[in-house]
Design a protein around this ligand. Sequence first.
Ligand SMILES: C[C@@H](O)[C@H](NC(=O)OP(=O)(O)OC[C@H]1O[C@@H](n2cnc3c(N)ncnc32)[C@H](O)[C@@H]1O)C(=O)O
Ligand SMILES: [Fe+2]
Length: 608
Amino acid sequence: MRVLGIEGTAWCASAALHDAETDSTLIESDPYEPDSGGIHPREAAEHMSEAVPEVVETVLDAAEAEYGPDAIDAVAFSRGPGLGPCLRTVGTAARSLAGALDVPLVGVNHMVAHLEIGRHESGFSNPVCLNASGANAHLLGYHDGRYRVLGETMDAGVGNAIDKFTRHVGWTHPGGPKVEAAAAEVGTDRGSGAADLLELPYVVKGMDFSFSGISSAANDAYDAGEPVEEICFSLQEHVFAMLTEVSERALSLTGADELVLGGGVGQNDRLREMLAEMCAARGAAFHAPDPRYLRDNAGMIAVLGAKMAAAGDTIAIRESRIDPNFRPDEVPVTWRDAEPSVARLGDETGGGSDHGRDRRGAEAVVEIGDAGDSIGRPDDAVVVHKRRVPKGYRHPALDRSLRRDRTVAEARLTSEARRAGVSTPLVYDVDVPEATLTLQYVGHRDLAGLLRGGEGRRSDRADRSGRADRADQAGRADQADRVDRTDRAVRAVRAVGGHLARLHGAGIVHGDPTTRNVRVGGGERRGDERDDGGDPRDRTFLIDFGLGYHTGHVEDHAMDLHVFEGSVTATASAPERLVAAFEEGYREEGEKEVLDRLREVRRRGRYR
Ligand SMILES: C[C@@H](O)[C@H](NC(=O)OP(=O)(O)OC[C@H]1O[C@@H](n2cnc3c(N)ncnc32)[C@H](O)[C@@H]1O)C(=O)O
Ligand SMILES: [Fe+2]
């Protein structure tokens, strides 16, 4: 199978020939380079109409010289997302070429192509994918026939966020490489002599993130006379730490142990260094494709086009309309069949019941305390020590302030939420310099484990603390788990809905309400806890308020719901019933306005 691919979503007019038998790819590109500022859509479209036919002709000539007149088996093109006028030029070129050669046409989603090229090159079976491109930024994972969006930018794409600053400074597109060069002058020695860091907004919500604040803050810093190199350095440190953090959270949520990078910003050495370091620290494999496959190029379109064509996934000319807002999760993944979800099954990921002494989450290590730890506390309390460990990938000043702020927020909000009637652990101790909390042990496993249906196992915590009756209880709870896990999951998500409604009623958002941060089952009710009259095995706790904050904004409340639903739909089988139960639980105690806003958040295309 030999496929001619055409790309031209925004700035890069490109054609490529991919030979699937030999896995070789020839790419011919002609970038649009504005004289000043960013991409001008009209100029970009003009560039495409001149350059696309030229690059196509070059590749076609080369193909026919090597393979003869039947060189091409299919023509693949970028259908979207991208700038409408540019896409139309590409679409027209692809249709007429497919017609002239009398071969099938393949419509490729540009974003899926950005991630599939990494999977293709690395040979990873089921990675989490970080797309760091100009107009987009998202985390994707394969689940149930689609690439699900695990997390994404709430406003600008990562490249655009950086380019917004470089435009302000008067540098031309693309700004990314210029920021990288300027930042390198400050140095990336993050050891004892780490370069100073300007404080900039750092916004992550679960696996979603926002760049609008940081672009403006960088512009303001420039206007205030801060040296441009220092701003570039600080901008990179913040933006890439955010991307690395959400990637780690996605690995943790799904239990995946492979990460691939895609998109033009992926050419940045500092981003690759951070991702590689994060993956190494958690024992995950990392792959960043060759730069010629990271920036926009037709090679990735031809490679995915060949996989799609081989699967019979071609389109009729009359159905080949371009789509400027084409989202990656709209694409039926025809070229990977009957594969397991990126969300791994079973206990080995730590998503099931607790069977080890230490559990490593995305940002903290949680150690279950010894019996001796209970001194000075109610004598039936089992405790956990939760320590936010330093992350070697991020700048030490940023690392310190994130760990400190989140520890303080978690201690405060966990208690405030509890007073608002939300089931949360008791906070026994806070050690801010060590970023460590001592908390009541709650629940029996996390909701992620319950949704995945991981085999329950006897908890060994009770054995260690010498309470055989607890171990028996835990064993029986596990058995009951197996009986009707789905019903339990439905009851649990409904309870989460109620918890979030009460939390929001108290003017607090959780900030990261993923299925990992819900603990279910086990634990007797204590005197000061809300008694909902139900079975203790159905008890549902919210934990990890480190990203929480006070807010009365409907939008912030709706984001909490969006994050929770995202974590359910990306990992559970048949998530519809769960989402419905969750919203029902919320509706009973919460504001209708928030649910209405949730629909809006879901509906609106969030890329600009
Ligand atoms: C829809 C499509 O047109 C769009 N493509 C796109 O934006 O081109 P891409 O090649 O994936 O990414 C370009 C971005 O990548 C940035 N970039 C390139 N080299 C960089 C570097 N060394 N450091 C940081 N950013 C870099 C550029 O500044 C620019 O913002 C997309 O994928 O979102
Ligand atoms: Fe791109």
